[in-house]
Each structure stands twice: as C-alpha cells, then as structure tokens.
Write a protein that binds this ligand. Structure first.
Ligand code: AMP
Length: 402
C-alpha cells in the first residue's frame, strides 16, 4: 500500500481538516502528559509552512454520542497553544464551525470540539462525514491510533476529500511496514503479557510471517502447560492449551522457531520482593500448588539475548514477566536493554507498541534505544494481527496512481 503525504498535496490557501489524537491524560483540569500533543506539532507546522490552515478534529474520552462537558477538548487548548507557539481558535459546535466567526477565521489554527459528542462519528454516518468535508479542502489523517475504527472523521472523511497521511501517521506506517510488511530478515518478535486468549490472532499471524517468536509472561505458562508442565498457581489459561498447541504446530509448518522460557522465577506471593527461586521449565516441570512463575530466569534471558543477536528486525509487544513488581521485571528489562543496544549499534531495527509495552520499555530505560515506539494500542495490535485498518485503507492510493 502507499499513501499520499503532506509532500504530495497543494495546501496553499486551503483549509486542511486534520484528524489528530490528543486524547491526553488530564489531572485537575490540566493536561498531565503532553506527549500526544507534542507529536502532532510537526504536521501542523508543515501544513502552515505550505500555506494551509489546520482545522483539528479529535476525540476525547468516550462521551458516546452525547455532549458531555467533562470531556471537552477545551482542556487541551493551553497545552496545544504552548506546543505550537500559536493561538488556537476553539469551536464548540459544527454550526459554529460552519458560521466561522471572524475571530475564529483569523486564527491560524482551529480546534473543533470533541467529535464524539456527535453520534454519527462512531457510526461512520455519511451525513456527518459530508458535513465535516464541507469545512475543508483537504483531509490529513494524523491519528494512527484511531485508524482501526471506521469513523466519520477517519474513514468517512478520507473518502470525500483529497487525503493524505500526516507526519506522525507517515512515521508510524513506515515503521510498521519495515517491521512486518517488508522486514529485513531474519525477523522476530517478542510477545509477552498475561494471556493467550487476547492475542490469538496476533500469534497466528506472526508465526506465519516470522523467523522467530519469543513467547513470555503469563502466556508462556499456557504454552508450557500445553506441553505437559504443571505450573502450580501460575497464571495460565487451561482452556487455551489447545490453541497453544495449534499455534506451535503452525509455527513448525511455516518455519518459525518458538522460543519459550527454559527457566523461571517461582514465588509464592504476587508482590514486590517476594521470596523466589529459579526453577527449570520444561514438559517435566512439577511445581507445588502454591508456586507461581512470575518472570523468566537467567538461562532464558541468555537465550533471548543470543536469539536477538541473530535478528535484523524485531517487533515487541508485551512484558516477559510481572514487570511492575521487582525483581520480576528482570527478563523484560534485560531483554529490552539488549534490543536497544543492538538497535543503537545499527544491527537491528526494533519496533514496539501496544498496551503495557511502552510502560515496560520506559521502565527499562530502553525506549529511546528502539527504532520506533508506537503509542497506538489497539491499532498497533490490529496491525500485528494482519488486519486492514479502515482509516489507513481509506488513505491508500489506487495502484494506478501509487
Ligand atoms: P498484557 O496486557 O496482556 O500485555 O499483559 C500485561 C500484564 O501481564 C502485566 O500487568 C504483567 O504483570 C502481567 N504478567 C506478565 N507475566 C506474568 C506472569 N508470569 N504472571 C502474572 N502476570 C504476568
């Protein structure tokens, strides 16, 4: 697939509708983490440098199609203006945007109120998309994190106006393409986290495409149990042992090596600093009823390091253990640092994202060393599952003009 970017568009004198993700955390009425706002600034600057006027469309929280001023985007204005260094006009209703008062029309950037106040947004109502389209000349989607949903301001709008990807969307798409669609091989992934049940489609897709799959965390317990281990009180899903066996068989058929932990840290309490011992993990493992595996052990960590060193591309989703409670963060921290080191040395392309992953890599102090960290949770996971994201598909150019 290929997409228009801002470089392909004539924006001079144009109103550019920009779908952004500024669904930021707020504490006591103040934005407490401006990362998402900071990340859209390059797109807005580039639009303005090309003579366009950005009109921002975004959602905030889940107002479910009703006006709810607890979820007003007005709360983002100070942080947005500070990040951009420009005044930003705020429009409370679409009627207001349609009327576009002089004051608003003169501001270089306009932010529309929470688009999810309109029920037509999440229903992808063509009438709402038409209404939005009439406010602008060009559509620029910079909200990869909302691209897995076909909504009026993502998919609907892209069908009605000349459309392109913003800088953030462009960076995200090229990182994901280079990691999964056209990776330099060998390519491997770390898939960790609590459960197999939430990541079945992801595992099925990855074993077809990858050379190596490192499975860790609670989900590794289910795989080990599927091979015959008795892991005592460890987190695992007995109902998914068949699924785990099917995934292992599929991996074998498609030539994907699965790396499971060969040892683990077994504790009797799920708490920081809990007493623990290193135990071997294999089909013959028999833990006592109150023991639980909370992290991979030293031999597993060494095997992961060695496996990483054979790769040219690595995708990472999910922690290798209960990383929130030390010392059960060791495998995640050590492996993340190794991936960051290989990336910094220029021998590995590493892309990570989804759920707790960003928090885990930050905790390891390794996030800066990765080639790309996606902050898009659901959209990143659906991409890893091999699904077409409607918001991205709507931006794609037909093969003839690609
Ligand atoms: P997920 O949201 O599926 O990526 O899972 C992340 C959660 O899995 C984190 O809160 C971890 O603490 C938890 N986790 C990972 N490994 C284990 C384990 N061996 N036992 C219990 N919880 C785990």
């Amino acid at each position: 697939m290929s997409w228009n970017t801002l470089d392909d568009m004539d924006l001079n004198g144009k109103n550019v509708l920009v779908r952004v993700d500024i669904n930021v955390p707020v504490e006591n009425g103040v934005v407490s983490d401006t990362t998402r706002i900071d990340r859209i600034v390059p797109t807005l600057r580039d639009i303005m440098a090309k003579g366009g006027r950005p009109i921002l469309i975004a959602h905030f929280g889940r107002p479910k199609g009703k006006v709810n001023l607890d979820m007003t985007l007005r709360v983002c204005l100070p942080a947005l203006q500070a990040a951009l260094g420009h005044k930003v006009g705020f429009v409370e209703t679409l009627e207001g945007a349609e009327a576009m008062t002089d004051e608003v029309a003169q501001t270089p950037v306009v932010l529309l109120e929470n688009i999810r106040f309109y029920p037509g947004e999440e229903q992808n109502d063509p009438a709402l998309a038409q209404r939005l389209a009439r406010l602008g000349d060009v559509f620029c989607n910079d909200a990869f994190s909302a691209a897995h949903r076909a909504h009026a301001s993502t998919e609907g709008l892209a069908r009605l106006l000349p459309s392109c990807a913003g800088r953030l969307m462009q960076a995200e798409l090229s990182a994901l393409e280079s990691a999964l669609s056209r990776p330099t091989r060998p390519v491997g992934a770390v898939v960790g986290g609590a459960k197999v049940s939430t990541k079945i489609e992801l595992l099925e897709n990855l074993v077809e495409r990858l050379d190596l799959l490192v499975i860790g965390g609670g989900m590794a317990n289910t795989f080990l149990a599927a091979s015959g281990a008795d892991l005592g009180a460890s987190l695992r899903e007995a109902d998914y042992e068949d699924t785990a066996r099917a995934i292992m068989a599929r991996a074998k058929d498609s030539g994907c090596r699965i790396l499971l932990p060969v040892d683990g840290l077994a504790a009797r309490a799920f708490k920081a600093g809990a007493d623990h011992e290193v135990v071997a993990l294999n089909a013959a493992t028999r833990l006592s009823g109150d023991q639980m595996i909370l992290d991979a052990g030293p031999q597993s960590i060494a095997a992961i390091h060695a496996a990483f060193a054979t790769l040219k591309t690595l995708i990472w989703n999910g922690p290798l253990g209960a990383f929130e409670i030390a010392p059960f963060d060791q495998a995640t921290v050590s492996a993340a640092r190794k991936a960051a080191e290989l990336t910094t040395n220029g021998v590995l392309v590493s892309v990570a994202g989804g759920g707790d992953t960003v928090a885990a890599l930050n905790q390891a102090g390794a996030a800066d060393g990765f080639s790309y960290i996606s902050t898009a949770g659901g959209a990143f996971l659906e991409w890893m599952e091999g699904k077409t994201l409607p918001g991205v598909a709507a931006l794609s150019r037909a093969p003839a003009d690609a």
